[in-house]
Design a binder for this molecule. Structure first.
Ligand SMILES: [Zn+2]
Length: 253
């Protein structure tokens, strides 16, 4: 769980118009696309040579950097077969980032819509499962046992019916990422900041309860929107006993 609700993206903007596509543009190589976009963003400079590599990242990230006068672009292999308009949108996003500018919203929208398609989400999830490693400690901490915490809440709030996922303490004592449910690995990870004698059980219970609700309320997708804390989620979260007191404890951690 994050202290803010930053997971929820803003509503999609206007879709880019594709009316300007000419046949020359349709048959560009990815390298040519990056050079064209470079010229659009920096009309007065000559675009450097571009090297593009598709890499087996554990997520859908891509990277760009200028190295010895050459533009190096490393793109997730999830996008290796993406259509040209998606490559173009990513080129705008990455090059704008390189120039510390904001990418045109139409391209952000186009790119997000593509990644949010069900088939792309499924492939991304598979890649995370196969390549990503979830690093955490076991559930038994110095002061609290997360399995005991989970099962106590399970019988109190879920009639003991919630199937227990893998549970562990985080490696670092994060104060910003207090808890986290990873659906790819079916794992709840709780920040080790809570495994200390002065931390109240109520705060820990609340964070665990929040992550348990993520098991119950899957992330909702529509268009570019990805909503983690849905209306139903928030309504059920408020049923937690001493909800306000618990929120206050987290604020003052
Ligand atoms: Zn959450």
């Amino acid at each position: 769980m994050q202290t803010s609700e930053s997971f929820c993206l803003t509503s999609p903007g206007k879709l880019p118009s594709d009316s300007g596509w000419s046949s020359a543009v349709l048959f560009e190589t990815p390298e040519e696309i990056y050079q064209r976009v470079y010229r659009v963003l920096k009309p007065r400079s000559v675009p450097p040579p571009v090297k593009i590599r598709f890499e087996k990242f554990a997520n859908a990230n891509s990277f760009i950097r200028l190295n010895n006068g050459c533009l190096l672009v490393r793109i997730t292999d999830l996008l290796a077969a993406a259509p040209a308009p998606i490559t173009e949108a990513l080129a705008f996003i990455l090059l704008a980032k390189l120039f510390r500018r904001k990418a045109p919203p139409a391209f952000e929208t186009r790119y997000r819509l593509f990644l949010n398609r069900r088939d792309m989400r499924n492939r991304a999830q598979l890649v995370r499962q196969q390549r990503g490693r979830k690093l955490c400690r076991g559930p038994q901490g110095d002061f609290y046992d997360l399995v005991e915490v989970f099962e106590a809440l399970n019988s109190l709030h879920f009639h003991g019916l919630m199937a227990r996922p893998a549970i562990g303490w985080s490696l670092v004592r994060s104060r910003t990422r207090l808890g986290h449910f990873d659906p790819s690995h079916n794992t709840i990870i709780i920040s080790r900041v809570f495994d200390q004698s002065h931390i109240s059980r109520l705060a820990l219970d609340y964070v665990m309860f929040h992550e348990m609700l993520h098991l119950r309320h899957p992330v909702e997708h529509s268009g570019t929107r990805r909503c983690v804390h849905t209306k139903e989620f928030k309504a059920e979260e408020k049923l937690f006993p001493h909800f306000q007191e618990a929120r206050l404890l987290l604020k003052n951690l």
